[in-house]
Design a protein around this ligand. Structure first.
Ligand SMILES: Cc1ncc(COP(=O)(O)O)c(C=O)c1O
Length: 363
């Protein structure tokens, strides 16, 4: 106990990002390491984005447009919604952090899955609210009944990542519709669609198509994954203007920088770039999952740009062994600490991963 910070701040743990390539190369004195740890687009951004950023480089002396007018206008046109139904964030992470602070008052309660995106835990803990982490079925699959059973009279917010990070599983149209219908009206349902571009199953649907089912629904999207803009930190929330207005009150001024605003707008205008990556990812997802299965490993079914793989060995041992093969993956916390989350890279990167996995399996 300390008298310096409140107990919920004491409980916080700094977010641990995937290890940067440069850090591993420095540590081991090696070159050509590959990072398959943070679910980034291995093809990089659209060349149109790169050109637009170059043209903007002399503008660093000016503050960004605090209202991000042009990007919000482009997003509103893209989704056929109103501009006041969109709030941008410094990555969707900023919005995840803002949501409990905005909507959850003293004595109210938050629900999210376990395992699910670690930032829900961070945001809920930082807000000081009580929360329930609902176990996924076999640690992998969403269980809508269990989510609904966790609702209490004081529940105010629910986070659902669809598809889920780190398991890759998704909730299909029927179950998602049921969840959105059956949650009590006071609950603000957050459907985080960071991986919306990657599913190839007929029954996956964006919650943006289900907005008629409940008033208190906010959908989160990001430009960090399929669009290849992770460095620029642009995400957004879509919901009724009556809810989104509160996020605008709570967000920091100028929370999205000029480069992010321009890059996101240009990326939105280059859907072919995203389509090329998504097509590659689908082919590689099948190929790599099959090859890892052939090596005797269990691979969770994935509708994302990563695979969750059970090595049936202590996670830190596998993670370190792969680091020594110059491949960075993402170790997982209990209860899935024998699993690694592995981002799908380019075909060449994935070949290197498979060679590394085969090599550490023999050792
Ligand atoms: C489910 C989920 N939501 C949100 C994010 C955060 O994305 P951003 O880069 O927009 O903050 C991630 C990133 O890994 C994620 O996996």
């Amino acid at each position: 106990m300390t008298d310096l910070v409140p107990p919920h701040v004491e409980r916080m743990i700094p977010y641990r990002p995937g290890k940067p390539v440069e850090e591993l190369e420095r540590e081991l004195g090696i070159q050509n390491a590959i990072k398959l740890a943070s679910n980034e687009n291995p093809l990089g951004p659209s060349p149109k984005v790169v050109a637009a950023l170059r043209a903007l480089s002399a503008e660093t002396c000016r503050y960004p447009d605090g209202a991000a007018y042009e990007l919000r206008e482009a997003l509103a046109a893209h989704h056929a919604i109103e501009m006041d139904e969109v709030c941008l964030g410094n990555g969707s992470n900023e919005l995840i952090d803002l949501l409990p602070r905005t909507f959850v008052g003293a004595g109210e309660h938050i629900i999210f899955g376990k395992p699910s995106f670690v930032c829900y835990w961070l945001a809920a803990t930082a807000s000081g609210a009580e929360f329930t982490q609902v176990p996924l079925r076999d640690h992998i699959h969403w269980d809508v009944d269990a989510l609904l059973s966790a609702v209490r009279p004081e529940t105010k917010l629910l986070f659902l990542a669809n598809p889920n990070n780190p398991t890759g599983a998704y909730v299909g149209r029927d179950e998602l519709s049921r969840l959105l219908r059956e949650l009590p009206p006071r609950v603000v349902a957050i459907v985080d669609e960071a991986y919306v571009d990657f599913p190839e199953v007929d029954d996956y649907v964006s919650a943006l198509e289900l907005r008629d089912l409940r008033e208190r629904l906010i959908v989160l999207r990001t430009f960090s994954k399929a669009h290849g803009l992770a460095a620029l930190r642009v995400g957004y929330a879509v919901g009724p203007a009556s809810l989104i207005g509160y996020l605008h009150r709570m967000r920091a001024p100028f929370n999205v920088n000029s480069f992010g605003q321009v890059a996101a707008r240009v990326a939105l205008g280059d859907p072919e770039h995203v389509a090329r990556y998504v097509a590659m990812n689908q082919v590689e997802r099948r190929r790599v999952a099959h090859a890892l299965g052939e090596l005797g490993l269990t691979v969770a079914p994935s509708q994302t740009n990563f695979l969750l793989v059970d090595f049936d060995r202590p996670g830190s041992e596998v993670y370190d062994a792969l680091l020594h093969e110059a491949v960075i993956v993402r170790p997982m916390p209990p209860p899935i600490d024998s699993w690694q989350r592995i981002t799908l890279g380019t075909p060449e990167e994935n070949d290197r991963l498979l060679t590394a996995v085969a090599s550490i399996s023999r050792s």
